[in-house]
Design a protein around this ligand. Structure first.
Ligand code: ADP
Ligand SMILES: Nc1ccn([C@@H]2O[C@H](COP(=O)(O)O)[C@@H](O)[C@H]2O)c(=O)n1
Length: 207
């Protein structure tokens, strides 16, 4: 087994299927290796000093919304299989939760998030860079359903946020970051062939 962890970065638009692919990779490797899924969203800046109303106005699709310095610091430690104390995020409150997770050294780190490819310091930490490419209408429908069911949002708030920030920021930052990908996966987690190829490639590095 390698002395350093292998870091797989998975980027793509909101609701493109990053989490689904991350879980498929996790399920494949976890019996043989120590694996951890890391969510870039856990590194959204803490906003507990702001009132809730103010937090709803943040642009969550701009790089400034993230504490990228902390994420990179943690990735460096994870690369060397050192332990980190990872923050966790609460989408219903728009800020960090009080829970901190201790993550000990792992062989494989699967990092997923909208800016994994767009942020140079983050992508430079990854051994394999994946972009999940799913059409925007499909992503919007999935996001609408998910945000209402799981993130405590209303139909109006999802539509407003999508038009005001999610869509323009996707076009400005996320879509252009596709050029940094080693592998582009159309149709997200339902693309079994692409996920199989990805698994084969990761195995060749890890084993
Ligand atoms: N291939 C698919 N077909 C139908 N729904 C999907 C598919 N992939 C993901 N979803 C759903 O879409 C939503 C977003 O998927 P997810 O993998 O969490 O995307 P991301 O991590 O990119 O935001 C989730 O509710 C998930 O269940
Ligand atoms: N308080 C927040 C924080 C983030 N978001 C949205 O989450 C999206 C990223 O997560 P995915 O699982 O969809 O990749 C991003 O587009 C933010 O708009 C939010 O709505 N509220």
């Amino acid at each position: 087994m390698r002395e350093q962890a292998v870091i797989i970065g998975i980027a793509g638009g909101s609701a493109s299927g990053k989490t689904s692919i991350a879980h498929q990779l996790y399920d494949c490797f976890q019996g043989h290796h120590k694996v951890k899924i890391m969510k870039q969203d856990d590194y959204y800046k803490d906003q507990s000093h702001m009132v809730f109303e103010e937090r709803t106005k943040t642009n969550y699709d701009h790089p400034f919304a993230f504490d990228t310095d902390l994420l990179v610091e943690h990735l460096k430690k994870l690369k060397n299989k050192e332990t980190i104390l990872k923050p966790t995020y609460d989408y219903t409150l728009h800020t960090r939760s009080h829970i901190t997770e201790t993550i000990e050294g792992r062989d494989v780190i699967i990092l997923e998030g909208i800016f994994v490819l767009a942020e140079k310091a983050v992508r430079d930490m990854c051994d394999i860079l994946v972009y999940v490419d799913t059409d925007s209408d499909i992503r919007f429908i999935r996001r609408l359903r998910r945000d209402i069911e799981e993130r405590g949002r209303s139909l109006d708030s999802v539509c407003k946020q999508y038009l005001e920030t999610v869509r323009p920021m996707h076009e400005q930052f996320i879509e252009p970051s596709k050029k940094y990908a080693h592998i582009i996966v159309p149709e997200g987690g339902s693309n079994i062939v692409a996920v199989d190829l990805l698994i084969t490639k990761i195995k060749s590095i890890v084993d």
